[in-house]
Design a protein around this ligand. Sequence first.
Ligand code: GLC
Length: 567
Amino acid sequence: MTTTTSSPAPATAQPEAGAPEWWRDAVVYQVYPRSFADADGDGMGDLPGVTSRLPYLRELGVDALWLSPFYTSPQRDGGYDVADYCDVDPRFGSLADADELIASAHAMGLKVIVDIVPNHSSSEHELFQQALAAGPGSPERDMYVFADGRGEHGELPPNNWTSIFHGEAWTRVTEADGTPGQWYLHIFDTSQPDWNWQNPRVHALFRDVLRFWLDRGADGFRVDVAHGMVKPEGLPDAAVNAEGLLDIPEGEVPIYFDNDGVLEIYREWRPILDSYEGERMMVLEAWIPEHRLPLYIGPEEAHQSFNFGFLQATWGVETMRAAIEKPLALADAVGAPTTWVLSNHDVIRHATRYGFPPGYRFGEGLGREETPDAALGLARARAATLLMLSLPGAAYLYQGEELGLPEVAEIPDALREDPAHLRAGVPGRDGCRVPLPWRADAPAYGFSPTGESWLPQPEEFGALAADAQEGVTGSTLEMYRAAIALRREHGLGRSDAPVEFLEDLPEGLLGLVRGEVVVLVNTSEQELPLPAGPDGLDLADAEVLVGSAEPVPGRLPADAAVWLRRR
Ligand code: GLC
């Protein structure tokens, strides 16, 4: 069996195990505060709830948690509509609760990453309210992207841009004298006006926000819509196709994303992070063409960026291998580690995604009429997770994936909150945000002491509850715990051990070697005999470290993965 090394020795020296650059190979757990744990019983998760569950995260073995926004917000986009960046929404607790969470996490050796939302604020932000009141041409209005409309009376939007949540990206305001007035830009919901990053006061405001959370002990930031802040000069029309929709070639992004000016913002922020003690970091949520990624990361820009290619790859040897090789090569070119992610609060959970019949999709939520194969989805999701956790770089987990939670389709429309659903009727992202089941036999499966839950939990959550899986051999929770521990023990996250792919494997088998660990994924529909390993090694004789399916001696079941240690 021959091997191919995909990851050449990186250009920069890699830190030793336990070295300070913790983010390089960290396993980071995303907490979506609304749905993680509810301490006060109002049916919405909160910060004291998160603090109470930190021992669970420590037990899971992660290095850090990333908290989705918990700031003051009308919650029109689940908190990604921030009205005050430096305070906690009363639904989630208080600043004192945030301090306690950070201190408790630190005491357990867990880092804390907070979300920063610099592309837009909430329309309830004081500065937007002032901008509305102050009128055209005022310094207040210049904090946001306002423009005069086109047409004889300014009745047409300033350009043809559409919102990521469907519909127009512009809303016209009524001026103080009651006349129809200017338009403001909102790449997302109408309740999320875009900041004007050409205004130095916006830069100053966010430098202060960074310092505010760094002073409180945050170890880093996840930057929301990190490719969005700077718009093209003159706000030109975008190209449209025959149906009048924005013409975005495959792999490209709309005209208002990925403009070079955003890189300057990271160069402005990096020295601030570096000026603090400890290793403060930023990870970007940048949905950009892959080849642009290296521009965003490096010693003067961000520490890392989500690599969404792995999440978008369909099940299969070629697709998944390409989704590993490409980002590794790109990241190596700038001496930065890559990241891996399979689920988050915006995409269909991977336990469901992998069960789709041909026609894989990750966005816009799961419709009630769709019937993915749940058992197949979970089997492949577990295998994909083992593949992900064997790779060098940082791995980001989304709450509940360690329980194998599926996407929930059965949510009454009246309870759905995703603005994309409200604007366009798509199912939307609520299905991956259903509150977590902690206890099989408790009201709301232990999510809240009162049994309240802002979204209804399906009955199947009972068997998937954390306490139903704890200590159960072969459960998804125990598989995650084992894999995370083994990943650390074998240094699998480190970038100095290259990824060597096994070549000439039977069809449908993906294999790679990381140090003394051999990782095999059977993407085919039949059980396959374990192949010969590197250097003719007999893998049937190797020690099984962890597997995603019930082990079969000498063989690998369909849709399963295994980590073997060479003897
Ligand atoms: C990001 C967030 C998403 C939010 C959007 C607008 O993509 O992850 O949840 O809706 O930004 O803030």
